[in-house]
Design a protein around this ligand. Structure first.
Ligand SMILES: C=C(O[C@@H]1C=C(C(=O)O)C=C[C@H]1O)C(=O)O
Length: 250
């Protein structure tokens, strides 16, 4: 392909991103729920009324924006309003995606999924006062999930370039359901599901030098990780793929 992007290399990146996601969940699981982090107005921050986690996101992303994070088409901010442009000399990141896809940002949905559905599945009850550390871990988890899910744009671009006629017809018809069917590979999804569960077992087990038959305890339940992928990560990636394809010929 002209720009060197293949489905194989895009899938390799998704596989590598699984490691980041599993490790970030393991890191978050060091802390209990720490619910004050999510309560609006808990922190007495002058001029700010949101939750501590929102504050950490906004401040961190503001810094990252001025040093060029969102110049890359792979990155999507959670609070895109009022971000300042990069102060760095331009790197000229390759623009392999169709520009109409730049407007697709489903971080609000990812945010809701993470805090309302996923976190209660693996964070233990309790409060140990490590609020800043907890918010920093949430930031890592959410950025990794957002990057993976929005990588659907790259997946869709490659699939479109591999079969422009098949996709083109459905794009002209704006047929969402048929696009979803065409881009879905159930056998690949089954492999992803099994692999992330195995990674959660491998990365999250206690490593001892002399332990033998002790019951294995995982830092994050491998079943929660596979459920995360089956219920949210893969469906949302495919949603991004469909949204991208719908505007691919604009
Ligand atoms: C990402 C792809 O598209 C779809 C989504 C998948 C995923 O999110 O892991 C896997 C297979 C496909 O159904 C792909 O084909 O690799």
């Amino acid at each position: 392909m002209a720009d060197g992007l293949t489905l194989e290399c895009v899938r390799e990146s998704l596989i590598r991103q699984e490691d980041t996601i599993v490790f970030s969940l393991i890191e978050r699981s060091k802390y209990p729920m720490n619910s004050p982090v999510y309560v609006e107005g808990f922190a007495d921050i002058p001029g700010f009324t949101g939750s501590l986690v929102e504050y950490v996101f906004r401040k961190t992303q503001a810094v990252h924006s001025t040093v060029g994070r969102y110049e890359s088409q792979e990155e999507h901010p959670f609070f895109p309003d009022n971000l300042l442009p990069s102060l760095l000399p331009s790197y000229n990141h390759p623009k392999v995606l169709h520009p109409a896809g730049d407007a697709i940002n489903i971080n609000t949905t990812i945010w809701d999924m993470y805090f309302n559905q996923l976190l209660p599945l693996f964070a233990t009850e309790g409060d140990d006062g490590n609020y800043a550390q907890t918010a920093a871990c949430d930031l890592e988890c959410l950025q990794a999930l957002s990057r993976r899910i929005h990588y659907g744009k790259y997946v869709a671009e490659v699939k479109f370039k591999d079969s422009p006629d098949d996709y083109g017809t459905l794009i002209h018809a704006q047929d969402r359901d048929a696009l979803m069917k065409l881009l879905t590979y159930e056998a690949i999804e089954e492999m992803v599901k099994r692999r992330v569960e195995k990674k959660a077992m491998a990365f999250g087990q206690e490593v001892t030098l002399n332990g033998t038959d002790k019951e294995v305890k995982y830092k994050v339940d491998p079943f929660v990780v596979s459920r995360l992928y089956v219920e949210w990560v893969m469906p949302l990636t495919k949603l991004v793929e469909v949204e991208y394809l719908l505007c691919r010929l604009d």
